[in-house]
Write a protein that binds this ligand. Structure first.
Ligand code: THU
Length: 132
């Protein structure tokens, strides 16, 4: 399967439609292409006990790992509404992505209007924490 940026953004946008976001009203979808070319998606799932909510990226990464994916080749994150620009991964999700990323991993952050920006993990999480 060969997935271009548009395919990945569409998959993240579709996943976002199922976001469970009753507390923040901010919906996020994430889509990953893994090292085997497979697609994995996730959306944010909030909870009445706020800290238990999970991010779209966390869902997509869990799906990737469960399905045998080893590395993130590309990840698209679509979120809104907001006037803050494209939905860049939160701090925790930068570390989650980092676990399965390398210097070639592409991170696409997209807003409601479809405007997007491209980052590397080094852009988003410089001097990151790794265990040996
Ligand atoms: N959220 C994500 O799903 N991913 C991010 O990287 C940023 C934040 C979710 C968490 C919460 O459900 C909502 O967006 C507002 O913070």
């Amino acid at each position: 399967m060969s997935l271009d940026n548009e395919d990945l953004i569409n998959a993240a946008t579709e996943a976002r439609r199922n976001a469970y976001n009753r507390y923040s009203n901010y919906s996020v979808g994430a889509a990953i292409v893994d090292d085997s070319g497979h697609l994995h998606v996730g959306c944010n799932v909030e909870n009445a006990a706020y800290p238990l909510g999970s991010c779209a990226e966390a869902g997509a990464i869990a799906a990737m790992v469960q399905q045998g994916g080893k590395r993130i080749v590309k990840i698209a994150v679509v979120g809104g509404p907001g006037e803050v620009g494209p939905c860049t991964p939160c701090g925790g999700c930068r570390q989650r992505i980092n676990e399965f990323a390398d210097s070639n991993t592409v991170i696409l952050a997209i807003d409601d209007s479809g405007e997007w920006q491209e980052y590397s993990i080094e852009d988003l999480l410089p001097a990151s924490f790794h265990l040996p």
